[in-house]
Design a protein around this ligand. Sequence first.
Ligand SMILES: Cc1ncc(COP(=O)(O)O)c(C=O)c1O
Length: 450
Amino acid sequence: MAETKTPTVLPFPNSKKRPATTHDGDAAAAKKASMLFSGESDPAAALAAARHEFGEHGGVNMSIEASATFTVMEPETMRRMFSGELGPDRDFFIYSRHFNPTVLSLGRQMAALEGTEAAYCTASGMSAISAVLMQLLSSGQNIVASQTLYGGTHALLTHFLPRVSNITTTFVDINDINMVDNALVAGESKVLYFESVSNPTLTVANIPELSRVGHAKGVTVVVDNTFSPMVLSPARLGADVVVHSISKFISGGADIIAGAICGSASLVNSMMDLHQGTLMLLGPTMNAKVAFELSERIPHLAPRMKEHSKRALALAQRMKKMGLKVIYPGLEDHPQHKILKSMANKEYGYGGLLCLDMETEERANRLMNLLQNYSQFGFMAVSLGYSETLMSCSGSSTSSELSNEEKQLAGISPGLVRMSVGYVGTLEQKWSQFEKAISRLQDSGLFNKN
Ligand SMILES: Cc1ncc(COP(=O)(O)O)c(C=O)c1O
C-alpha cells in the first residue's frame, strides 16, 4: 500500500494512536472513535450499535453541514490543522473536499455496515474504485483481478490504468484458486480485486479462500460488494477493503450516484493525505446534502434487501420450473450456491439479482420489450437495487466495454438478461405479468419453453 509519511489529519484515529486530550470534547471524541468498530457480526446489529448522530438542535436526524469551508477562532489553529495536529476526530474541519462532518457520518454508517474500522464516501462507485486502486498501487505494479467484473471496472483495469500509470492487470477465473495463486507474484502483485457477486454473471467469490491466498502473497484484497450489501460482509470474511456503488441497493431510489471505500483507518487517512491522497487530490467528493439523503436510507436497507432477495428467489424458482435458463445464486443448481450459503449473513437471502439466459440478443430484447411495454413487469434500464424491477441485456449494455472474447471468458452470453428484482406490487401480480409476456413470446414463435 502506498502509505505516506506526511503528517495528515486523522478523522479515524488508528487503533494504536489515541487522540490527545487537550481540546474540549476530546474524551467524548475518543469514546465515539472507539465505538466505530463494534465487532457485531450481523450488519444490521452493527448499524444499530453505531453512534447515532443527532441534529444540532436535538433533532432525531443529523444536521446537514452544508459548508464548503470552516472557520477557526485563532489563526494558529489553521496552521495546526494543516500540520495534521488537529483534525476531524477532534471536530476540526478545514474544507469539504477533505473531510465534511455529514459525509463523515455516512462513512461511519458504511464502516458499521461492512465491519471495517473506517469508511469514506465518494461521488460515485467508479471514483471509489479508481481512487482506492490508485492509492494502493504505484506505477509498474500489478493487480490480479477477476475476469468477470462490471464493464466500467474492466475498462479501468484494461485500458485506463495501463495508459495513465503503467498499472497492469492479470485477469483470472476466481473460482480456480490455483490460477489465482499462480497469478499472484509476491513483490509485484499488490492487489487482488474481485466482486463478491459478479456483474452480470452472478458468480460468487469464495471470499475467505481468496483472502487467504491473497494474504499469503502479501497483497491487499479489495472486494466490490455492490450486488450484495447485508447479504455478504467481505471484510468480516477476511477481505481488507470493501468498495461500493452506493448508487444501487444502498441508495435504493435510482436517483443518486455515490460510492464508498470501507477499510482500515490508515487506508482512509492515507487517501486524504494532503500530498499523496487520491481522495484529497483527485477530489471525487460527495456533497453533504447527498450524504444526508443516503444516511436516511441506510436504516431500511436490511428490510429492503430481505424483500429483494425473497422476491428474486421466488421468481427464479418459478422461472426454472417453467423451463427457462435461470441463473440465481439462491438456487441449489448454482455452482457456488453452497459457498454463498456458508458465507451469507442470516436472513438476508441470496440477493436481488437474477439472470435469464435467452441465448440470443434478439430473443432477450423481445422478452424485455414485452415485459415492459406489454405486461408492465419492469423497466428496461441499467442499474440495480431499485423498488421496481430493472432489466438489461448485459452484453450490449453494462458489459459492452468487454470485447467478444472477454465476454466469452466472463461467461456473458449475448442473450443474457440481468434482472434486478423489485418489491413493488404483489408477487402473484408480478408473476402473472411475467407469464403473460412469456406466452406472447411463445406465440411469436421466437421461443419455446419446455
Ligand atoms: C458492481 C459495480 N461496481 C461499480 C459500479 C460503478 O458504480 P457507479 O455507477 O456508482 O459509479 C457499478 C455500476 O453499475 C457496478 O455494477
